[in-house]
Design a protein around this ligand. Structure first.
Ligand code: SF4
Length: 264
């Protein structure tokens, strides 16, 4: 059977905190974040077919080194068939399942969790959930901000309270002029009040991602000056430190500093 994917990375040390993964990108997305730098994937321009037997061979060979298969995009729930088949193949070869999602289709994610196909979920928290107007602007769908923010909060709560999920990553990318230090602090405050966290084993990790000015923007008019990028990435670092002081485990991910656990 042929599966349509955008790209595949056989070995990643940065996509899941503390774990090594195979990463598969699926094309298409439910949102239209103007600052998105994965425009060709979101528009479905980079698509190739792989046979599921090829994936099986890869998973079998990689299972000595890798512990997760991480499916990302775009938004991987746009392709429920491909997503499920990839995660089932992973499980068949003793690998755990992981998804990066914008939370626009929370029922599908929870269904995969219930079926035991996902042990790690990374969720974009694109803006403070209490600011529906900003949320809508950040995802490029102004009329959908309130709905998107509500879905994010509900999904994180459900996952934290599920005993089938081992690790939940909430991820925020800073964006000059839209999501800066103040917004990261507001998101961290919201996350620090999430239920079902335990001091012995906190499943929640907050990942603050620096802005990367390279790549192909979804909205070519989204012009970013390099000095704004430097400023917002410095703010991200400061906000991440403040978030760690709230008792959250915080990781900063960026092209300049790499991946670093942030100490309070
Ligand atoms: S940044 Fe926005 S548009 Fe780009 S893949 Fe993520 S959710 Fe989709």
């Amino acid at each position: 059977m042929k599966l349509r994917i955008s790209a595949l990375n056989l070995l990643s040390l940065v996509d899941i905190a503390d774990h090594v993964s195979i990463v598969i990108w699926l094309p298409g997305c439910t949102y239209r974040c103007p600052w998105c730098q994965n425009a060709p994937i979101v528009r479905g321009e980079h698509v190739k077919e792989v046979d599921n037997s090829e994936l099986e061979d890869l998973f079998r060979d990689a299972s000595v080194l890798v512990d997760y298969v991480h499916v990302t995009g775009g938004e991987p729930t746009v392709h429920p068939g491909e997503l499920r088949i990839i995660l089932e193949l992973a499980r068949r070869h003793g690998l755990k399942g992981s998804i990066a999602t914008n939370a626009s289709r929370p029922e599908m994610v929870l269904d995969l969790v219930e079926k035991g196909l996902l042990q790690h979920v990374a969720i974009d928290v694109k803006a403070p959930p209490c600011d529906a107007g900003l949320y809508g602007r950040v995802i490029g769908l102004p009329q959908k901000g309130a709905e998107a923010a509500t879905k994010v909060v509900r999904l994180i709560k459900a996952l934290l309270c599920s005993d089938k999920v081992e690790l939940v990553e909430a991820r925020t990318t800073v964006v000059p002029g839209l999501v800066e230090g103040r917004e990261v602090e507001a998101i961290a405050e919201n996350l620090s009040m999430m239920p079902c966290r335990s001091s012995e084993h906190d499943k929640l990790v907050y990942v603050v991602q620096e802005f990367n000015m390279y790549g192909e923007f979804l909205d070519p008019n989204f012009k970013v000056r390099s000095k704004d990028v430097e400023r917002v990435n410095e703010e991200a670092w400061e906000a991440a430190r403040k978030a760690a002081k709230r008792g959250l485990r915080v990781i900063l991910r960026g092209s300049i500093r790499g991946v670093a656990e942030v100490k309070p």
